[in-house]
Design a protein around this ligand. Sequence first.
Ligand code: PXP
Length: 239
Amino acid sequence: MLKLGVNVDHVATVRQARKALLPDPYKAAKICIKAGALQITAHLREDRRHINDADLEKLCSKIKVVNMEMAVTPEMIKIARKLKPHSSCLVPEKRQELTTEGGLDVAGNLEHIKDAVAKLQKKGIVVSLFIDPETEQIKAAAASGSEFIEMHTGSYANASGAKQKKELKRLIKGAELAHSLGLKVNAGHGIDYENIKGILKIPHLEELNIGHSIIARAVMDGMRKAVSEMLGLMAKYRG
Ligand code: PXP
């Protein structure tokens, strides 16, 4: 069965915009699981701009099916080994970026990545590498000891027309190569309610990690209820 992992980072983004207590990514995660998501994804960034250490600790201890997105740094490896999320997805991270921009350069850093993969797997954490669907990177991922790759679908999601078709072909070819090398295949980034149809043409998919489009939809779908409830309280207390 194809698993949906919901990335709850942007619930924390809204909270951090006010440095307030709400909305709570843990509560959002519980709703996602109730709705049928089989995984909660959260990215603990070096600058803690959305998910913070306390969020991740609570998610890992109470939700169990947590996928920790993380940079390949000693700090993050130490945190993951302590909190033991079910899985971790190794991603590149740049301080100034708005979101993860490209895939991890596994081919250029194979020994470093191999070492990180082994350290995480030793604690029972399932590891995936977030990479672009490029032959060189897929081959390196297979050599790294990682069980999964997560193919970066951002270029497909940001394209349209013939360019999007080309990007989809690249993803399909990438998934086929990864599968033939014994890797399991996930995908994520920029997947939304429109482009999901094309994404599902990619073979061998085990899991999709989707954040922004689901959180954006949740805000819109909840707006009527939120406004009605406030109006109800205004009517009640004003008499
Ligand atoms: N997968 C990875 C590795 C990511 O870095 C992100 C973004 O945090 C996602 C999936 C989710 O992307 P989006 O928020 O665009 O759905």
